[in-house]
Design a protein around this ligand. Structure first.
Ligand SMILES: C[S@@+](CC[C@H](N)C(=O)[O-])C[C@H]1O[C@@H](n2cnc3c(N)ncnc32)[C@H](O)[C@@H]1O
Length: 365
């Protein structure tokens, strides 16, 4: 079955057809659970990494693999042009992280976007973007993903343009387990649409950071989604008085200042936030859905948790049991984590409908 719109909301929305826009992305939903195969994985590599955190966890030995990267995209930057804090000789190119600022004119962010409420998630609206590939010559992940008919292109496009199934599992868990966000520092890691972070935002989190591999995803999907879910939409539309409007705008800007947006590969993202001039406090909660499909990334991912999670914090991770084609999956990842002996993992829920899926929690030992 082929959907033709910017988001493929798999399984849950399989029967929801959306009108076509010219130039809209077509994604084959039948490939949802089997991510792109080895044909794109020609830069698979692994290295020992990186700078370890300056705390008690230093004593734990790190054996991670580095993330593969592939330079087919002009937005990639040579790694050796960035900070030399970390050895990266085996990666001539790596997707350097950057922070995306929220544009002042929020209306512009939503220009040409169609906002739709997700069925069953009335409190979260989702922006559907019309992505014309010629608008994004630098990061032509849309056309590449389309022409290769795959959901992921390792090191080029990591799947953030669509909403993956486990996101809904984690959202349901938040409600069921009454997960508290108030006052928490939250990271939506590998955010794609950013729904997990958005729920944390709406739930009163103190600060919410969104990270995706692709800057296009942040600019065209995550950021518009967050703006659409800020109170600007709820409050702003029916008001005409300039003073009231101005006041609401500044309220919204203040609210949005709790959110920060980052793109780039995980180790680069860690470097960016840890070395940033802005004060960085570790996260109380790291939310992450469908990010353990590729075993080559486990080292970097584990390292990211290790470096960015507060010692009393927890990771809530949602994943399919197995990712056919790429080889990752929950058991492999849990084994990897166990061997590093830094985190404890606990299975929160097993969803045995369709493809088996897991929700796990990770806390420091
Ligand atoms: C399959 S998508 C899942 C998106 C979203 N969490 C969801 O459930 O809909 C995987 C996400 O992980 C991120 N990701 C995967 N590998 C990464 C890496 N090595 N460095 C940075 N981000 C990565 C990508 O940005 C991508 O959005």
């Amino acid at each position: 079955m082929t959907f033709q719109f910017n988001f493929t909301i798999v399984n849950h929305l399989e029967n929801e057809s959306v009108p076509l826009g010219d130039g809209a992305l077509a994604v084959d939903s039948s490939k949802e659970s089997s991510v792109s195969e080895g044909k794109h994985r020609d830069r698979k590599c692994s290295t020992e990494q990186f700078d370890l955190p300056q705390d008690h966890l230093l004593e734990h030995k790190q054996l991670g693999n580095a993330t593969p990267s592939q330079d087919t995209d002009s937005s990639l930057t040579a790694a050796n042009s960035s900070s030399n804090l970390e050895p990266q000789e085996e990666h001539p190119y790596i997707r350097v992280a950057k922070e995306h600022t929220v544009p002042e004119d929020l209306k512009k962010v939503l220009e040409n976007k169609v906002i739709e409420t997700l069925p069953g998630l009335q409190h979260v609206s989702v922006v559907k973007t019309i992505l014309l590939k010629e608008n994004f010559p630098g990061e032509n992940i849309i056309s590449q993903s389309f022409s290769s008919q795959s959901d992921l292109i390792t090191g080029v496009y990591e799947g953030g343009l669509k909403i993956w199934e486990c996101t809904f599992d984690l959202l349901a868990y938040f409600t069921k387990a009454k997960v508290k966000f108030v006052g928490k520092r939250v990271l939506d890691l590998g955010c794609g649409s950013g729904l997990l972070g958005i729920v944390a935002f709406k739930g009163g989190a103190k600060e919410i950071h969104f990270q995706d591999y692709n800057s296009l995803v942040i600019d065209e999907v995550t950021l518009p989604n967050v703006v659409a879910n800020s109170t600007l939409e709820d409050k702003g539309n029916d008001v005409n008085e300039p003073d009231v409007k101005r006041c609401r705008k500044s309220e919204v800007a203040q609210e949005l200042s709790k959110c920060r947006f980052f793109s780039g590969e995980w180790s680069e993202f860690c470097k960016l936030v840890l070395n940033s001039e802005k004060f960085f406090e570790k996260y109380d909660l790291i939310l992450t859905s469908e990010t353990i499909y590729n075993p080559d990334y486990y080292g970097t991912l584990h390292q990211t948790f290790l470096r960015l999670l507060d010692k009393n914090g927890r990771v809530l991770l949602a994943s399919k049991a197995h990712y056919f084609g790429v080889g990752g999956g929950i058991h492999l990842f849990q084994k990897f984590v166990e061997e590093r002996n830094v985190f404890e993992t606990r299975t929160l829920e097993i969803i045995d409908k369709g493809l088996k899926r897991f929700l796990i929690e990770m806390t420091f030992k």
